[in-house]
Design a protein around this ligand. Structure first.
Ligand code: CMX
Length: 134
């Protein structure tokens, strides 16, 4: 596959409202979009750092993946999202052929009109990995 850049870093927070003052008032970043991703059961807030985005992730339901992550003591960086140039479906096929465990067998819609798919952290050095494309 051809990865062009890190598209975003997903950061798990209990509350976007409570987290934003740190990112905006201390780091001086600007939140330019807030969006709910219903099928992922998260509310997201996006900030730009140069070409890379930060995606704050607040669970909207106790059974969301992010709620589970926070509940188990996880905090901070939740996933790394790489932009692929030659299609998420191709990248997934390549990962599968290299025995990487897929969470998503096919691309699906994510925030910011991206097509996304996740790889399981157990086969990606412990980093929940998202592949995405516009
Ligand atoms: N990063 C690294 N490891 C993680 C992880 C994360 N974000 N989330 C879970 N894990 C690890 C756990 O620590 C656990 O490891 P151990 O077995 O060593 O304890 C293992 O993965 C299994 O974790 P779990 O709590 O039992 O959780 P599940 O198996 O139910 O789910 C995962 C884990 C990654 C499959 C699930 O969170 C998932 O499908 N994630 C992809 C979707 C997602 O995260 N959506 C939210 C963001 C959406 C968006 O950006 O739009």
């Amino acid at each position: 596959m051809k990865i062009s850049h890190i598209e975003h870093l997903g950061i798990a927070v209990e509350s976007i409202e409570k987290a934003l003052p740190y990112f905006e008032n201390v780091l001086g970043l600007e939140c330019y979009a807030v969006e709910e991703v219903a099928d992922q059961k998260v509310k997201t807030a996006f900030l730009k750092v140069g070409e890379v985005k930060l995606e704050l992730l607040e669970p909207t339901s106790p059974d969301s993946a992010v709620a589970k992550f926070l509940e188990k003591g996880g905090r901070g960086i939740h996933h790394v999202a790489f932009a692929v140039e030659d299609g998420v479906a191709n990248a997934l096929a390549e990962c599968e052929s290299k025995e990487i465990r897929l969470i998503d067998k096919a691309p699906r819609p994510g925030a910011e009109k991206l097509q996304i798919a996740f790889l399981h952290p157990k086969s990606t050095c412990g980093i929940l990995t998202e592949l995405c494309e516009h």
